[in-house]
Design a protein around this ligand. Structure first.
Ligand code: 5AD
Ligand code: SF4
Length: 480
């Protein structure tokens, strides 16, 4: 193949990524892009994944593509012919870990100049990141973003044959790619993307720029995927989207929405349906009522609140108030009394006062969250909040985080304790990470349970009596 260097030198632009032209979403069939089968015969790969479930799902697709090319997964980095870092841009910490890792990987490149080192995922969607990689990590061979995973075969072929760097990052609204091969991480639990991208533009968040506009997958493709998973013996699916509650908002010819999708999936013979993540503004009463029907719809909702202060919520552009959030939570508890609620919270958003932070603490107590991901605000280049005046010291932000975490941890423990003495259903994942003598799995409410049992139970749903409740997990005994 001739050197096609020019063709593969497309750098990102946050400015372009901001645009929403609401053109029809193109649907791409991967099969049509796949014509170099066998290229990886005798070669190996390793992927390191950072960040959220969307990235984990993307890694499964990247593995699927590589294995369709005949690459096999390597046990170690040393023996890999391709190393890819699938990266997260949501907070600076995550980015720093990737830059640190890139520094460490230099040695492998030195030992094996044929090694292909690539960076993909959300970080390459930022122009500053690509500039930094080009300047400080010149040994990186391949940079591509979230929109063009399906083009990986031709990128690899170009790097190998032309010995040139490939940089191709699209800052477009995005497409939907169907028929991607996939190597799933788990044989019983599966991620199913129902939508991609985000149109919310919360002022702190980089995601609408790194993952493009909101675009929903055709319901028939989703249902087909779930049916295939059932045939393969899967017991749990988690529906994925940045804002699953707005599923279908982009459909032109139908008013089919998230609640309808849940209703349809509720009829299928899969044991467990979960979803993540929800936006309180779009979580309607109909969805709450559908969830209250139970069956395979699990009594667990992750509902990121971010802050308990109306003033802060407004500056975050969250488009709901503390009062409307509380009304939603009240309805959820009314219709689904057994539900477990968790949330995301950011502390130290620019300008957040002590009083506003206290409002968050009050809200957390009121909502009886049984868990929360808590974060210190991280400034993201290209987002509106980047320009907000931020006078709170990092130390003060840390103190707020500790204070919040105390209350959150209390919620975890209270949420665990309420199951003591109950018989719960556990989908067994495997042996516990901390104790190889016990099995570990999750209940319908998404609580981690450890119990003694035979390894043949792995992958099965087992009834377990809860004997003890700790903050982070429950202990139990199998019901014979
Ligand atoms: N700083 C801190 N936390 C953030 N999140 C998103 N962007 C930022 C940021 N700039 C958090 C939000 C979101 C979760 C996935 O990450 O709480 O819900
Ligand atoms: Fe980011 Fe807000 Fe979209 Fe979530 S809803 S991905 S926080 S912009």
């Amino acid at each position: 193949m001739a050197n096609d260097y020019e063709k593969y030198f497309i750098k990102p632009s946050i400015r372009d990524a901001r645009k929403r032209k609401s053109q029809e979403t193109p649907v791409i069939d991967f099969e049509k892009h796949f014509n170099i089968k066998g290229f990886g015969t005798g070669k190996t790969y390793k992927i390191e994944t950072y960040g959220c479930q969307a990235n984990e799902a993307d890694t499964e697709k990247i593995k699927g593509i590589l294995e369709a090319l005949n690459f096999t997964e390597s046990e170690t980095l040393e023996h890999s012919d391709i190393i890819l870092l699938n990266t997260c841009a949501v907070r600076e910490n995550a980015e720093n870990r990737v830059f640190g890792e890139l520094g460490r990987l230099k040695q492998y490149k030195k030992n094996n100049p044929e090694l292909i080192l690539g960076v993909c995922g959300c970080m390459p969607q930022e122009e500053k990141v690509v500039e930094r990689i080009l300047k400080s990590f010149h040994y990186v061979d391949l940079i591509f973003g979230t929109h063009n995973i399906y083009k990986l075969p031709e990128y690899i072929e170009t790097v190998v044959l032309s010995k040139e760097k490939v940089i191709e990052v699209f800052s477009e609204e995005g497409s939907i790619v169907e028929n991607l091969p996939r190597i799933r991480a788990n044989t019983r639990k599966a991620w199913v993307n129902i939508m991609f991208g985000c149109d919310e533009f919360c002022t702190y968040c980089i995601v609408p720029y790194t993952r493009g506009k909101e675009r929903s997958r055709n319901k028939d493709d989703i249902i087909k995927e779930v049916k295939e998973l059932i045939e393969q013996g899967y017991k749990e699916v988690t529906l994925l989207g940045q804002n699953v509650d707005s599923y279908g908002r982009d459909f032109k010819n139908t008013d089919y929405k998230f609640a309808d999708l849940l209703k349809d999936l509720n009829k299928l013979p899969i044991q467990r349906i979960r979803f993540t993540t929800s936006h309180p503004k779009d979580f309607d009463l109909e969805t709450v009522k559908v969830l209250s029907q139970g069956g395979n719809l699990m009594p667990y909702i992750h509902l990121p609140v971010q802050s308990g202060s109306n003033e802060v919520l407004k500056r975050m552009n969250r488009k709901y108030t503390k009062e409307s959030y509380i009304e939603l939570v009240d309805n959820i508890y009314k219709y689904i009394p057994n539900v477990s609620l968790t949330t995301d919270i950011i502390v130290g958003f620019p300008g957040e006062t002590d009083e506003q932070f206290e409002e968050t603490l009050d809200l957390v107590k009121y909502c009886k969250f049984e868990g929360a991901f808590t974060f210190i605000y991280s400034k993201r280049s290209g987002t509106p909040a980047e320009h907000y005046e931020d006078i709170i010291s990092f130390d003060a932000k840390k103190q707020r985080l500790y204070k919040l975490n105390d209350i959150v941890n209390n919620g975890y423990l209270t949420g665990s304790k309420r199951f003591k003495g109950d018989i719960v259903k556990v989908l067994v994942d495997g042996v516990s990470k901390n104790n190889k003598d016990v099995l570990a799995g999750y209940t319908e409410n998404n609580k981690l349970v450890n119990f003694k049992g035979d390894k043949t139970l792995i992958g099965e749903i087992v009834e377990v009596k809860i004997t003890d409740a700790k903050t982070w997990f429950l202990k139990g005994e199998q019901v014979e």
